[in-house]
Ligand binder design. Structure first.
Ligand SMILES: Cc1cc2nc3c(=O)[nH]c(=O)nc-3n(C[C@H](O)[C@H](O)[C@H](O)COP(=O)(O)O)c2cc1C
Length: 172
């Protein structure tokens, strides 16, 4: 499959089958995240894989949606601001969120490649999530990814609504 076809085929999956995801598939997805580029190659990320019914309750409190609970597992991508690169020559910008987002999108594309569904979820309560995961002060969750086999009957594959390239691009 070409990269473009893979990108076209990925969509936000909001209904999953209960069947668990094989460990090697989860590891494949995580390996693709691990190989992501990052500013100065500092790799300021952490991937928290949640499969236990006990621990998942904490993340439901942070993002309480019925569809989210259909996934058999979740991956939380965190950035570690004690490890991220800062642009100290001018504005001290912290690139940790950008780095973690690149790794996170690798998760989505890798999952799509091997026939699994995911959805970016950022509309969670960060304080509740941080507490539930017992994250130290310098680690922040940037997104939660439900991961699982797609319940095809309940997901309508959406039309890709995107702005046109001419509206987004300037050739100078
Ligand atoms: C940074 C980010 C945060 C998002 N947060 C949520 C969210 O909290 N809940 C949700 O249902 N979808 C969330 N989405 C999914 C978007 O709504 C979705 O990607 C967008 O509508 C395009 O649809 P598609 O992914 O099917 O192509 C998020 C996507 C991104 C990139």
């Amino acid at each position: 499959m070409t990269l473009k076809k893979l990108i076209e085929s990925r969509y936000s999956v909001r209904a999953y089958l209960p069947q668990p995801v094989e460990k090697e598939k989860v590891e494949y997805v995580l390996e693709c995240a691990r190989l992501a580029p990052s500013a100065n190659n500092f790799q300021p990320w952490r991937f928290i894989v949640i499969t236990s019914p006990e621990r998942v309750k904490g993340i439901y409190k942070a993002y309480d949606r019925e569809w989210f609970k259909t996934a058999p597992m979740h991956i939380v991508v965190c950035k570690d601001s004690s490890e991220s690169w800062k642009r100290t020559n001018s504005d001290d910008k912290d690139f940790g969120d950008i780095d973690a987002a690149i790794a996170a999108e690798h998760i989505c594309l890798a999952a799509a490649e091997i026939g699994l569904g995911t959805c970016w979820v950022c509309n969670f309560n960060p304080n509740i999530l941080k507490q539930a995961l017992r994250l130290p002060e310098h680690q922040d969750p940037i997104a939660i990814f439900p991961l699982g086999y797609i319940d095809e009957a309940k997901n309508l594959i959406p039309e890709k609504k995107r702005k046109s390239l001419s509206d987004l691009t300037e050739w100078i």
